[in-house]
Design a protein around this ligand. Structure first.
Ligand code: MIC
Ligand code: SF4
Length: 644
């Protein structure tokens, strides 16, 4: 049977399960990546598994999120991560080297390989033909221990690209267009596989912009074929041996097809506060822009920054607009410097930041009160910038640079000729030597722990009856940024669950933590797509620590649902979404948890009477994990069983 590219890679890595959409499949994982904000927890969990060395072909530990080092917490975490990497055979990328996804694309991504990363934008590597997925830290820890990664077999959507980009339209505008069309829940349970004659017109860094931000569709991942452009890219990166040609079989079937005519696209923005609120830049003509930020794992390649440098050349941003630029990696910075493209950036007066996530995760660079910020990032959730009423528009680097010069958004019709597209220079410098490779034998290495690193308490098994209060009722599209806000102060607590739990839902309802503290057991009630956005498992661990037993929602985002299961919280679905209105915050519910069966509808009762039917899409194994109190308990029990 002919296979599409996704099915080919899955078939090649299938450990168990059948490839029917929706069925549970287990995949062998070739590579893993972690970043520091999720990595500390992932490695604490890996340590608890008792192995001497990672079992993957390659595991890389990046430090890119918590790089401010205000006080001891971040540097303690970095030191811990470096020592763990040395001990267990993991490549370590020190702070300042760059953003995990940009670095992975440049240095390690390989066509046809499976990669999971404890960061939702891991699909960036799909730009080079890898099947790369975001996952919770515990899932990554298990993959490092050699366990397969379990997902639902995705549907495969063919995104058929025709024509080619013209004028000021860029890769960012392709994905913003798709988000506008399909929404932030449009990709749940799906892989977006790019095909068609338009593919060849896009370079690997451009493809990576699209696969990166495919995460905002809620997709399992996004992938491009590996072709002549991939060969060019890998050769330029000094890795011609990593190339292999890979694409769908000629008559491959897809579950859905979406057509995009590249030549019809124009510069776009995602308006506040969701990545799918796509509007044209022309429609924003005249809107004052207080800040412009160029960077993040979406748009910080050499090509992106070179285009911005060309636009800024000899000019200055508007006096009322603050311009910040963060290159994605030291390689990008080095290329800009060697090509003479740093000069126009420096002389423009733009503020050059460290090669790291920076303002994207609220690590500085917040806009002023109510300020409009044009950012080349991938998320504009309310408050994520660090300024609650900041108005963040997601745009391309060219759009951000032009807006910075004009101090406002203007109609692209008046922008003149776009800069020449530069992919990468003829001679690309390697920064591979800036990574720290682990020694062959790490057995003597001592792990360095600071006071910020607090081991996880074991979790109790699920009670047989849940008698709980609806501790919080929230609407649709609640992000993990709503559940656990980012920003420098809170993210510094990622390796300390008791401390970080005090911030759960802090921006949605500052009373939440005190309220749930007074309750014995709590549940959360939510609308569609609960937990969209990041992979941070703290958004499940924190609620679990506070006593949340179940989340009852209309639907869940993929990674967060897996994190809930991993930490023993029941993800229940309202059998009739209209029942959402019958359940109020403060209601007392009762549920016979012991009686729950995979896929079987059951009822919970409100305040001792009124029944509400709830269903689940849990597998036998997932339910057993939840009942055991989470995956760590389940893994410990199975390891003990194996050794007795
Ligand atoms: C994000 O962009 O939201 C993050 C910060 O990179 C997260 C990971 C985290 O919360 O540490 C992600 O995308 O998974
Ligand atoms: Fe970092 Fe932002 Fe990318 Fe997340 S989305 S990995 S915070 S640059």
């Amino acid at each position: 049977m002919p296979h599409n590219l996704t099915q080919k890679i899955i078939a090649e890595h299938l450990v168990s399960g059948d490839m029917t959409p929706g069925a549970e499949i287990a995949l062998r994982i070739d590579q893993t990546l972690t970043q520091d904000a999720t990595g500390t927890m992932a490695y604490l969990q890996f340590e608890a598994m008792g192995l001497d060395r990672v079992q993957t072909e390659l595991s890389v530990s990046y430090v890119d999120h918590n790089t401010l080092q205000v006080g001891f917490r971040n540097p303690d975490d970095h030191r811990y991560l470096q020592s763990v990497a040395e001990k267990y055979g993991i490549v370590f990328s020190p702070p300042g080297t760059g953003i995990c996804h940009q670095l992975h694309l440049e240095n390690f991504a390989k066509p046809g390989k499976t990669l999971i990363g404890s960061d939702s934008h891991t699909p960036t590597a799909g730009g080079a033909g890898a099947m790369a997925m975001g996952a919770g830290g515990l899932s990554v820890a298990l993959a490092m221990a050699g366990e397969p990664y379990v997902i639902s077999m995705p549907k495969v959507v063919k995104v058929n690209l025709t024509g080619r980009l013209t004028g000021w339209a860029s890769a960012k505008d392709i994905i913003l267009h798709l988000l506008g069309k399909l929404s932030v829940k449009g990709g749940v349970g799906k892989v977006f596989e790019y095909a068609g004659e338009g593919v060849a017109s896009l370079s690997v860094p451009e493809r990576a912009v699209i696969t990166n931000m495919g995460a905002e569709l809620g997709a399992t991942t996004s992938i491009f074929p590996s072709d002549a452009r991939t060969r060019e890219f890998l050769t330029a990166m000094g890795r011609p041996g990593d190339f292999s040609e890979l694409g769908p079989d000629p008559d491959a079937d897809y579950d859905e097809v979406v057509d995009i005519d590249l030549s019809s696209l124009e510069p776009m923005a995602a308006a506040p506060h969701m990545p799918d609120k796509a509007v044209t830049i022309a429609s924003l003509d005249g809107l004052k822009v207080d800040q412009a930020c160029i960077g993040s794992c979406t748009n910080s390649s050499f090509a992106d920054l070179a285009a911005a440098a060309d636009i800024l050349n000899g000019q200055k941003p508007h006096p009322d607009t603050d311009l910040l630029i963060a290159p994605g990696s030291r390689q990008v910075l080095l290329m800009l410097s060697r090509e003479g493209l740093l000069d126009p950036i420096i002389t423009s007066g733009a503020r050059i930041l460290e090669c790291a996530c920076g303002p994207c995760i609220g690590m500085g660079g917040s806009p002023s009160s109510g300020g409009v910020s044009a950012r080349t990032f991938n998320r504009n959730f309310e408050g994520r910038s660090g300024t609650k009423d900041g108005q963040v528009y997601l745009v391309s680097p060219m759009t951000a640079a032009i807006a910075a010069l004009n101090g406002k958004f203007t109609d692209p019709a008046g922008w003149g000729e776009p800069p020449k597209r530069r992919e990468f220079p003829a001679d690309v410098p390697s920064i591979r030597a800036m990574f720290i490779d682990p020694p062959a034998d790490g057995s003597k290495v001592e792990i360095k722990r600071g006071p910020n690193i607090v081991a996880l308490d074991p979790f109790e098994p699920m009670p047989s009856v849940i008698e709980a209060t609806v501790a919080l009722k929230v609407g649709d599209d609640i992000t993990t940024d709503h559940i656990l806000p980012a920003g420098a102060e809170i993210t510094a607590l990622r390796s300390n669950i008791p401390a970080i739990s005090r911030h759960i839902f802090g921006r949605v309802d500052p009373e939440f933590v005190d309220r749930i503290d007074r309750l014995d057991q709590g549940v959360i009630l939510a609308g569609e797509n609960y937990g969209q956005g990041s992979s941070r498992e703290h958004a499940a661990l924190g609620p679990r620590h506070l006593g949340v037993k179940a989340v009852i929602a209309k639907s869940f985002a993929r990674i967060h649902r897996a994190n809930l299961v991993n930490f023993g919280i029941l993800p229940l679905l309202l059998a009739d979404p209209a029942d959402f209105d019958r359940l109020d915050q403060g209601a007392k519910i009762r549920l016979d948890a012991a009686a729950i069966r995979p896929g079987v509808e059951t009822v919970l009762t409100i305040d001792g009477g009124d029944p509400i039917p709830v269903k689940n899409d849990l597998t036998e194994k997932e339910l057993a994990t939840i009942k055991a109190g989470g995956l760590l308990n389940a893994v410990r029990a199975s390891r003990q069983g194996a050794s007795s």
